[in-house]
Ligand binder design. Structure first.
Ligand code: B12
Ligand code: SF4
Length: 471
């Protein structure tokens, strides 16, 4: 049966992991669905996403696609081109991080008509309204668009207070299918947008201009309660860039979870300085309200390197955060990066030492160490370019720009091999379990003596269990 109402199709490209497509849910929730049909298609759940979007686009007003830098671009391009073939008059809108950073470069591909920068709800609603009224989206604040072959960049749109936007309607996505893929009744949720910090390797300051907006605690708790009632949700995964930005807000959220007796667990991102500002009592309250795991971007074990990164965090704060988590029995993923341009060997060594210290502190801590490769849209990447680093120029080249689990240009091949071996031994050296003791002992000896050559134990384990380990 074909619907008479105008249709908007939204597409989330294939990606690793099954985090819910919150950006698209936000956009769809902000449209007037009393007069528009909205379809969200997730490439991770479709056997043939290109065909599915092309078919849905035939009688659609527009197709909106969420695009991260890297591999998702390949999928987004294939879908956009298929849409233009199936429905040449359908407007293709790209939004999300890559088009926010590179609107003009995106529009160089003729299958893309509009690139949206930053927060998308109001901008996308205006684009759809304009299209329905037979007007061009070009000139709509927050967009860069092609009109009669010319590219028009409109004024930026200021970040709207999230509290003025409608709640996210999860009935727009098949929540049960995500539960199945994740193998847990965990719902992804975002309670804030933007970030006030200035880390020199991150695109957030460029995309959101160091602005931040967060939902009121009562609204977060009320929405969480609805999700528990509707989907029997057991865990809420906050996908905020910096969930703990306001200690008072975190306190009030924890209090509201407790007073509503939600009985769920929750996870969120945490900066070490924020953990220290939060303090013992508030942390304890958060834990009582269900906090079970935090993700902390430590980046480096060297204070000099942290200062170069403008991280505005001290190693002492990282230690205090770890101590707080361990004392409260909270799991933590401490993320590290090595191989920054010009990073001295002593800084890498300091990172490995801190990783060992954290591993020793709690078996519930994970410590992935990544090799730095510049993501665009920040001071560090600009500096690298000034010194001769060349970023991809065309969209198709950006599609090959995938860093996950690979070596960056500032880390030598032997240093990378050593890092891989180190990660294996650090993972096993303090892992509990009776039957693991031979590997644990060997790993402890290696970590104590910083000796990672000829990693025979690693080869043996990989022979028995070839799947890559993440932490
Ligand atoms: C969940 C998530 C993922 C999921 C993706 C889920 C999905 N949808 O497919 C997974 C785990 C797969 C992932 C992977 C990676 N991610 Co990620 N991820 C996030 C995270 C934590 C939350 C995203 C989210 O849901 N936000 C909430 C929603 C509401 O916001 P939003 O998506 O930005 O959408 C808003 C606007 O961007 C815009 N918008 C978005 N899409 C569209 C589409 C249209 C048509 C329009 C008009 C507007 C629009 O409007 C929305 C509402 O305001 C963000 C950080 C963050 N908090 O945003 C990082 C983030 C997006 N990820 C990032 C990175 C670097 C990565 C990885 C490279 C990390 C890594 N090393 O493994 C990989 C690479 C992905 C790949 N190449 O395949 C960077 C982005 C860098 C970039 N230039 O793209 C971010 C910003 C983190 C950071 N600060 O560095 N990620
Ligand atoms: S790395 Fe995190 S804290 Fe730093 S600017 Fe980016 S989002 Fe903010």
């Amino acid at each position: 049966m074909t619907s008479r109402r105008p249709r908007v199709v939204l597409y989330n490209p294939r990606a690793v992991f099954y985090t819910m497509p919150l950006g698209l849910v936000a956009l769809a929730s902000a449209l007037d669905r009393s007069r528009i049909d909205v379809v969200i298609i997730d490439g991770r759940l479709e056997p043939d996403p290109v065909a599915a979007v092309a078919a849905a686009a035939r009688d659609a007003v527009c197709v909106g696609i969420s695009v991260l830098t890297g591999a998702p671009i390949r999928d987004a391009l294939a879908v956009s081109r298929a849409v233009k073939t199936a429905a040449p008059r359908c407007t293709v809108v790209w939004g999300g991080w890559h088009p926010s950073l590179f609107p003009r470069e995106c529009l160089a591909d003729r299958s893309i008509d509009v690139a949206v920068q930053g927060q998308g709800e109001i901008t996308f609603r205006e684009i759809v309204d304009r299209l329905l009224a037979g007007r061009t989206p070009a000139g709509c604040p927050g967009t860069t668009a092609r009109i009669h072959g010319e590219i028009v960049a409109a004024a930026p749109r200021p970040l709207a207070d999230l509290n003025t936007l409608p709640p996210h309607d999860y009935s727009l996505i098949p929540v049960g299918k995500y539960f199945e893929k994740k193998r847990t009744r965990q719902i992804d949720y975002v309670s804030s947008q933007g970030c006030r910090f200035r880390c020199a390797f991150c695109a957030d300051p460029a995309v959101f201009g160091r602005a931040w907006t967060g939902l009121a605690p009562e609204r977060v708790a009320a929405e969480a309660e609805t999700l528990v009632g509707r989907y029997a949700m057991r865990e809420l995964a906050f996908q905020d860039e910096t969930f703990f930005t306001s200690a008072a807000r975190v306190d009030a959220i924890a209090e509201a979870f407790l007073s509503r007796g939600l009985g769920i667990t929750w996870t969120a991102t945490l900066r070490a300085d924020q953990a220290c500002r939060l303090g013992e009592q508030s942390f304890a309250r958060a834990v009582r309200s269900g906090l079970r795991r935090v993700m902390v971007g430590v980046e480096s074990g060297s204070q000099d390197t942290l200062d170069r990164l403008s991280k505005d965090v001290t190693i002492e704060q990282v230690r205090r955060t770890a101590e707080l988590c361990a004392r409260h029995g909270i799991g933590a993923i401490f993320n590290f990066i090595v191989g920054f341009p010009g990073e001295p060997e002593s800084s890498i060594q300091a990172t490995l030492s801190l990783v060992k210290e954290l591993r020793r502190a709690s078996p519930a801590f994970e410590t992935p160490v990544f090799s730095y490769r510049p993501y665009p849209g920040n001071k560090m990447a600009d500096r690298a370019v000034a010194e001769g680093y060349v970023f991809p120029q065309e969209l198709s080249e950006w599609a090959d720009f995938d860093y996950v689990g690979s070596r960056g240009p500032w880390l030598s091949a032997p240093a990378w091999d050593r890092l891989e071996a180190f990660q294996f031994y650090a993972r096993h050296a303090w892992k509990p379990g009776l039957w693991r003791w031979p590997l644990r002992l060997a790993s402890q000896v290696r970590c104590t003596h910083d000796w990672y050559r000829w990693p025979v134990e690693k080869r043996l384990v990989e022979l028995v269990r070839p799947a890559p380990q993440v932490s």
